[in-house]
Design a protein around this ligand. Structure first.
Ligand code: MN
Length: 713
């Protein structure tokens, strides 16, 4: 197609006219005249918007977007992309508004321009490679339409082409490095191989001008040295293919300088040692011809068996397809040959652009292509809809935001400043008191969006709020908040409960010693550790006054004060500790005469006592020397939701509290996914056992911890 180029519709200057002419020469090759009219409208619109602005080189600014668009036209991009290319800097750098552009050019084009402007707002500050990867993901995630990235790549390519001599050295280097880290890999990912190569070489010359020029000179000499051989090889190829009647186009090919440089650097090689600097592409008509050509070539020169690759059968991740073989040519010159069809060639050079440009091309192929490179599952049947939907859903579950220092933090989608704070550090999260997004104060529940810059305000008084659990989404934040609340709340509740209980008790029983006794009997009566009683009072499950009343009104409180039998180390050796309830020091106990064992100690609430004659029971108390190291058997039952590392965590808590494990037995409840462990332990006294049970009940997924022989009455 060669459509008539429309007349200029604005008062262009001569430089702009020249640039415009070049653009339209390319565009007229494949666009209809109606579309060229629209292109002219966009051109005039951008020209007027940029009027008075100049590039660093002194040229009118508009020549830049026109050149960007000319490149896009060379890739045969659709009219919408071309219009966006012409106006890509209009929203950002001129007074024109989104609304105005939308009125003139419609939603689609304006959104493409807006997408490019948004991408430009992000800075890539960090030079670390993993940050580069995050930034590339950010760029992809930010982009609803893959055409935005294509415009951006063309924009960057033109900026790189015109970088030399205009910008300061430092700026040139940083732009070049950014191109190398960010944009060249994106180009490769999208299969825009020629853009990838050119960007790399342009970056190379700007970062290491000296090395580039040395390599360029070496290359030029090498080219002259091998000129005749290359020609000889080429002639041999074309003659032989003709002889066999295979129609093919032979393209001479040279490795680009940056890739030679990298090969030398990475493998510590000299220039002469780098293989396949020269090569050929042989483009055939039919798929099967690829294999025929390879067979023919192998009959001319000996192939390197290790370097034969079938990327037709197994395409590369960016959908590149080709056969590769490296031949030993005359004088030992290694020649790499890539053999592919016309169709494969278009994708090899232009990747996704080739597919987007080929509007009549197979939609199925387009989809396969993107599925391969982006692992997308797409069912849209319509190519246009499909293009719009290429919003790189592969990153949909993540959001990328910045720290004030430009570091990129990756968070789950829906993340809030709280998640961000905990991602920085647990302490930052625990002391977070406020947040700013892009310099504006926001509520902590605000959802972060790609590219937000987040600043967390902390204070030494700040502490986690249970309400945060309503909106924090990252596992790290949620578990840190839960952990904090669990530990701090419990401590607070215990302290509060203790104060309330003591106050209530002392008002009823103003004798501290007897009050303490009442307390310990109360604990024993309910078989709860002191801390647990206080915790229940502190959390309102138990009323301090009623607990105190009950403690004081225990019938035999005064009777117990007079203890008839004292067990000390000596007597304890002579009495038997009942297996049914396994009493340990400081348990409330009674002693009975047992025909089999003689004096037998039971816990006061043991069922066995119910069956024995009350008259035969003695009250008793433990009086132990503190240095006593004797250990007593006891058993606990621990029930928890099964999880990885559970038994280890339990065992650690037990031994950290000073307990010994003699034996453990486990019972698994499949239906409820609960596991119960029965531990046979050795402990020194009740206090130690309480420490163990408390530590265990604080563990994650714990259902209950019970002492064997408990709640028997
Ligand atoms: Mn630009």
């Amino acid at each position: 197609m060669n459509s008539p180029v429309p007349q200029p519709s604005a008062d262009y200057d001569s430089l702009t006219l020249a640039a415009r002419e070049k653009l339209f020469a390319v565009a007229a090759g494949y666009l209809a005249s109606q579309q060229l009219m629209q292109l002219e409208r966009a051109c005039a619109y951008a020209f007027i918007a940029h009027k008075g602005q100049t590039r660093k080189s002194g040229e009118p600014y508009i020549t830049h977007p026109i050149a960007v668009t000319e490149e896009l036209a060379k890739w045969h991009m659709d009219i919408e992309t071309l219009c966006a290319g012409l106006m890509h800097d209009v929203l950002e750098d001129t007074k024109v508004t989104f609304e105005d552009m939308k009125q003139q050019f419609g939603n689609k084009i304006t959104e493409l321009v807006d997408g490019v402007s948004k991408l430009d707002k992000f800075e890539y500050a960090d030079k670390q490679s993993h940050q580069a990867a995050s930034f590339r993901k950010l760029v992809m995630a930010m982009t609803r339409d893959v055409r935005v990235i294509i415009v951006k790549l063309s924009d960057r390519l033109h900026n790189m082409r015109t970088l030399g001599g205009v910008q300061k050295v430092a700026k040139r280097r940083s732009t070049a490095q950014e191109t190398l880290d960010i944009f060249a890999p994106i180009a490769l990912r999208l299969g825009l191989n020629h853009v990838y190569r050119e960007m790399q070489d342009l970056a190379f010359v700007n970062i290491y001008p000296q090395r580039y020029h040395v390599l360029q000179k070496t290359m030029a000499k090498f080219r002259i040295d091998y000129q005749s051989i290359i020609r000889e090889v080429e002639t041999k190829f074309s003659d032989t293919l003709q002889y066999y009647g295979v129609e093919a186009r032979i393209i001479r090919n040279e490795k680009h300088l940056y890739s030679i440089y990298r090969k030398m650097q990475d493998r510590n090689k000299k220039f002469e040692q780098v293989n396949d600097i020269f090569g050929f592409q042989i483009i055939v008509n039919k798929f099967l011809d690829c294999y025929t050509v390879m067979g023919i070539l192998h009959s001319i020169y000996q192939p390197d068996i290790k370097r034969i690759k079938d990327h037709i059968a197994i395409p590369k991740s960016n959908n590149y397809q080709s056969l590769h073989t490296t031949l030993r040519g005359p004088q030992g010159l290694k020649v790499e040959v890539q053999i592919r069809t016309q169709e494969m060639q278009a994708i090899a050079e232009n990747g996704i652009a080739a597919i987007l440009a080929d509007s009549k091309g197979s939609i199925q192929r387009t989809q396969n292509w993107l599925q391969t490179i982006m692992d997308l599952q797409h069912n849209s049947a319509d190519a246009a809809e499909f293009m719009e939907n290429v919003k790189t859903d592969l990153f949909a579950n993540e959001v990328y935001v910045y720290t004030p220092r430009g570091k990129i933090i990756t968070l789950p989608r829906g993340a809030t400043p709280i998640d961000f704070a905990y991602a920085i550090h647990t302490d930052v999260g625990n002391h977070c008191v406020g947040a700013q997004i892009n310099g504006v104060n926001v509520p902590l529940r605000t959802k972060l969006r790609n590219g937000d810059q987040v600043h967390i305000m902390t204070s030494s008084y700040g502490k986690p709020n249970p309400i945060w659990l309503d909106f924090a989404v990252s596992g790290r934040a949620r578990s840190a908040i839960r952990y904090y609340i669990k530990s701090v709340d419990r401590q607070n509740a215990i302290a509060l409960g203790e104060a309330l209980f003591n106050k209530a008790l002392l008002s009823l029983l103003p004798d501290e010693q007897r009050a303490n006794l009442a307390k310990s009997h109360y604990c024993q009566q309910y078989n709860l550790p002191w801390n647990e009683v206080c915790y229940q009072i502190g959390t309102g499950k138990l009323l301090a006054v009623s607990a105190a009343l009950e403690a004081v009104n225990q019938k035999d409180l005064d009777k117990r004060v007079k203890l008839p039998l004292t067990l000390d180390t000596n007597t304890a050796n002579r009495v038997h500790l009942a297996e049914c309830c396994q009493p340990i020091p400081d348990d409330a106990i009674r002693v009975v005469m047992d025909k089999q064992h003689g004096l037998t100690v039971h816990r006061e609430d043991c069922v066995v006592l119910l069956d024995s004659d009350f008259e035969q029971q003695f009250e008793a108390d433990w009086r132990y020397l503190s240095e006593d190291k004797k250990r007593y058997d006891t058993e606990i039952s621990v029930c928890a939701r099964d999880r990885h590392g559970l038994l280890m965590a339990i065992s650690r808590e037990i031994s950290e509290a000073g307990g010994y494990i003699n034996r453990v037995e486990s019972i698994f409840n499949d239906a409820e996914q609960l596991i119960t462990f029965n531990f046979e332990l050795q402990v020194s006294n009740l206090a130690q056992l309480c420490r163990i049970t408390q530590a265990l009940s604080r563990l994650d997924s714990m259902q209950y911890v019970r002492r064997i022989g408990d709640n028997l009455i």
